[in-house]
Ligand binder design. Structure first.
Ligand SMILES: C[S@@+](CC[C@H](N)C(=O)[O-])C[C@H]1O[C@@H](n2cnc3c(N)ncnc32)[C@H](O)[C@@H]1O
Length: 174
């Protein structure tokens, strides 16, 4: 199976649907952004947020080639403030980014979770692939007023170039 189809299947299993508004936080060059945009289709939108401009350039080229017009690029400087309004997003992806390599300080991870909480609709969920800090991530997320709803274990696409077994956790607001 192609990497993109594999990522597409993972997102469908996680519960992303047509018409939803998705934020892919730390999207990189779009391993999951492109399939998410295909799933939510024209009625939906995917915000692609990253601090790596080159990765976002690559992503937007791929989006153009695929004829996708529902991806909105969000360049940042790595700040924890997300430029989206309160309760405006259905799904937030945190894939291989919520961990101590990018956020060494626990209080920065907590600030990020608070910001994510703010922009989530009451019915929204977050999907977290907590690569590098599996059990600590679950505890930290639960203590930031989320509850674990489902877990998905399977083959995941890593950074657009390989596959590996991993676990994704879906949380909702308490
Ligand atoms: C390991 S890559 C994962 C990319 C993608 N989520 C995937 O699964 O293929 C982590 C990405 O998070 C981005 N990132 C890390 N810290 C960030 C921050 N504070 N704000 C925005 N992007 C960040 C990095 O630039 C990088 O592109």
């Amino acid at each position: 199976m192609e990497l993109e189809s594999q990522a597409f299947e993972v997102l469908e299993r996680l519960g992303i649907n047509r018409g939803q508004i998705v934020l892919d936080f730390g999207c990189g060059s779009g391993t999951y952004t492109i399939p998410a945009a295909k799933i939510v289709a024209e009625q939906g939108r995917v915000y692609a947020l990253d601090k790596d401009k080159k990765a976002l350039d690559e992503l937007m080229q791929k989006a153009e080639l695929a004829g996708l017009k529902n991806i909105e690029r969000m360049d940042t400087s790595g700040e924890l403030k997300i430029d989206l309004t309160d309760e405006s997003v259905d799904v937030i992806l945190l894939f291989d980014v919520f961990h101590s390599y990018y956020f060494p300080q626990a209080n920065d991870r907590r600030r990020l979770l608070n910001e994510i909480y703010r922009i989530m609709k009451p019915s929204a969920f977050i999907s977290v692939w907590p690569k590098h800090m599996e059990s600590e991530a679950k505890n930290e997320i639960e203590s930031a007023d989320f509850y674990l709803e489902t877990e998905y274990s399977g083959t995941l696409v890593h950074d657009n170039y390989d596959r590996e077994r991993g676990k994704i956790l879906n949380f909702r607001k308490k």
